[in-house]
Design a protein around this ligand. Structure first.
Ligand code: HEM
Length: 327
């Protein structure tokens, strides 16, 4: 077990090193028209990505649930005030973390550890929002996905408000028309939304997040009987937050295409996931992403697009010293 974990880490390390040494990251090419650049830290903190990767390996080897935890942080950060690390702030006042939608967020310690390691090498240079985006890419590699070149140069926001969360992040009882509107407001297309939802190939959801399918007037008739019975055993009454169920019931720890295959087999856990099969604007993309090479490239480009939402650059914001507090 220890040997296979070591092998896994070594393979993942090789994967990330090949990304870091790619000509794209070495030449500071533009990462789009939002002010971010590939290779942004090439001169100011040349080893930043391998420092973060080492730190993420250590955190993942202690507790592999940090991978889905950190991956989810990308969505919850970028959709509220843009990718400015506002989700990482602890206060003062009621911050994004205090929203009921965000109660299950975790993985913050892994980001703290990565930032601390980076601060030791390059004090005051790398933003928490960039640390988060590099770390998110690394979690995908550590769970068997492919990774991508992360454009950088984000700066950190100083504001985080609980009151801004609910309007920007969807709950899982919503279906495609509502979800699509929310993603389009952030400049993301239907195909990008479906690819991003593929993040649910790893991690878990608390029972309360699929109460609408089990404990409404009747059990959701689109749930296959055996799946409904199994879920009811795990979540016998409404409102349970202490039990969680794998989002991908077949390969919950592997970043693969199984999430899409489950949806086609009507085994998506959340209403929001399963609804992607029922709308003509999304169903074709569910099919396409069952192909691993297409999913890997669609997911990578959608993650890069999401990582550019409303970023702060140049003289905006700040470089936080600690990710939980504005300077
Ligand atoms: C389409 C809209 C989305 C909805 C409605 C949604 C909803 C949810 C819900 C309800 C959970 C369970 C949380 C819990 O019980 O703790 C969850 C988990 C998760 N979500 Fe999403 N999500 C969406 C999109 C995304 C996106 C875009 C990403 C990342 C790219 C993402 C990544 C994750 C991950 C990795 C988990 C597992 C977290 C863990 O195991 O701790 N989600 N999501």
């Amino acid at each position: 077990m220890a040997v296979s974990r070591l092998m896994g880490s070594l393979l993942a390390m090789l994967a990330v090193l090949s990304l870091l040494s790619s000509p794209v990251s070495a030449t500071r090419s533009l990462g789009g028209n939002c002010g971010l650049e590939n290779g942004f830290y090439h001169h100011s903190c040349p080893n930043v990505e391998s420092i973060i990767f080492q730190s993420m390996i250590a955190s993942f080897n202690k507790d592999n649930t940090v991978a889905p935890g950190v991956l989810r942080l990308a969505y919850h950060d970028c959709f509220v005030r843009g990718c400015d690390a506002s989700v990482l702030l602890d206060g003062p006042g009621l911050v994004e973390k205090n929203s009921t939608i965000n109660v299950g967020l975790h993985g913050f310690e892994a980001i703290d550890a990565a930032k601390e390691a980076v601060e030791e090498a390059c004090p005051g240079v790398v933003s928490c929002s960039d640390v988060l985006q590099f770390a998110v890419r690394d979690t995908v590699i550590l769970t068997g996905g492919q990774g991508w070149t992360v454009p950088a140069g984000r700066r950190d926001g100083k504001v985080s408000k609980e009151s801004e969360v609910a309007a920007n992040l969807m709950t899982s009882d919503k279906n495609v028309p509502v979800l699509l509107e929310a993603f389009q407001k952030k400049g993301l297309s239907a195909s990008q939304m479906v690819a991003l939802a593929g993040a649910h190939t790893i991690g878990q959801a608390a029972c309360i997040n699929f109460d609408d399918r089990l404990h409404g007037k009747s059990v959701d008739p689109t749930l296959p009987a055996h799946f409904a019975a199994d879920l009811k055993k795990k979540c016998p009454i409404a409102g349970i937050t202490s039990t969680s169920v794998n989002l991908d019931l077949v390969s919950p720890k592997k970043f693969d295409t199984q999430y899409f295959k489950n949806i086609i087999n009507k085994l998506g856990l959340l209403t929001s996931d399963q609804s992607m099969l029922d709308d003509s604007r999304t169903s074709g993309h569910v099919d396409v992403n069952t192909d691993a090479s297409k999913f890997n490239s669609n997911f990578a480009s959608a993650m890069v697009a999401m990582s550019k939402i409303d970023v702060l650059t140049g003289n905006q914001g700040e470089i936080r010293r600690q990710c939980r507090f504005a300077n």
